[in-house]
Design a protein around this ligand. Structure first.
Ligand code: NAP
Length: 284
């Protein structure tokens, strides 16, 4: 079994990002990322702070906008409008979830698709579904990067994605399809899940249920990518795959923590570099 080291690969991506950011700054365009947080959700605040820290480490100009939970939808739309027009900002990210009185879809659609480094805008989602270049959701993009770094050939493989969320499962399936895998998407209404997983060469599990994917659900030599992040009552962090038993059977497997998790921010920074380069091209 080969352990896929997301910590190491994410450091490699961040080093690349830093070099690119320095080069772009020398060309007169310093990459800039704005992160908006509405409300005081603790987990969201931690994510936003780590994004800000990562920007600093990678020479990316970062702006953190922290707004109270009472912020109205119009106020948030206005802020996005300002950031859309701000030349110093090349990427805009609105930390989800938003308070209930704000329509998430409306907010995501307000972000200029050219600055949508999270890849959630319908234009970017649409581009991915017809295999055009656009911004791709960071976590699934990170999974593809991991597979490529480990020289895992995706083409022609049976890939099963467990979970169909807009931020992980669906874009993951589209990316695997783009890489020529034969893709099956499964979800909570799927009957006989084992039937699909036992035939899979690559399994990506993203459901949010601790240790859900068991060793007897996969074939020998399967590649197991665990996107899940679950905090147990005893404080331990575990994935959606039963790592201890699967590691005997899988050919490659991602641990939790230290697998897919660290890739998300690295790919966000990478998307910010792509966006900045696109703006530079437009300026010329
Ligand atoms: P989500 O929006 O809650 O979606 C969960 C998906 O899992 C749904 O499509 C659901 O099916 C499916 N599901 C639930 N129970 C199932 C079952 N018993 N069998 C098969 N499918 C089942 O979750 P998400 O945002 O995609 O996140 C999934 C996990 O990934 C979470 O643990 C989250 O913390 C983690 N995550 C990690 C990162 C990262 O590493 N940076 C980023 C994002 C998410 P239905 O559609 O039928 O309800």
């Amino acid at each position: 079994m080969i352990l896929i080291d997301g910590k190491n690969i994410s450091s490699k991506v961040k080093d690349e990002v830093k070099n690119e950011a320095i080069n772009l700054a020398n060309l007169g365009i310093k990459p800039g990322l704005a992160v908006i947080l509405v409300g005081d959700d603790k987990a969201s605040l931690t994510y936003v702070n780590s994004k800000e820290k990562a920007c600093k480490m990678c020479e990316i100009y970062s702006v953190k906008k922290t707004l109270p939970a009472s912020t109205t939808e119009d106020e948030l739309l206005n802020l996005i409008d300002e950031l859309n027009k701000d030349d110093k900002i090349h990427g805009i990210l609105v930390q989800l979830p938003l308070p209930k009185h704000i329509d998430e879809n409306k907010i995501i659609e307000k972000i200029d698709p050219k600055k949508d480094v999270d890849g959630f805008h319908p234009i970017n989602v649409g581009k991915l579904s017809i295999a055009l270049d656009g911004f791709v959701s960071c976590t699934p993009a990170g999974v593809i990067r991991l597979l490529k770094e480990y020289e895992i050939d995706i083409s022609g493989k049976n890939a099963v994605v467990i979970g169909r969320s807009n931020i992980v499962g669906k874009p993951m399936a589209n990316l695997l399809l783009k890489e020529n895998a034969t893709v099956t998407i499964t979800h909570s209404k799927t009957k006989n899940l084992d039937f699909y997983t036992k035939n899979a060469d690559i399994i990506v599990v993203a459901i949010g249920i601790p240790n859900f994917l068991k060793a007897d659900m996969v074939k020998d030599g399967a590649i197991v990518i665990d996107v899940g992040i679950n905090r147990l009552d005893d404080g331990r962090l575990v994935g959606d795959a039963d790592f201890e038993n699967l590691k005997e059977k899988a050919s490659f497997i991602t641990p939790v923590p230290g697998g897919v998790g660290p890739m998300t921010i690295a790919m966000l920074l990478n998307n910010t570099i792509i966006s900045t380069k696109n703006f530079l091209k437009e300026k010329k």
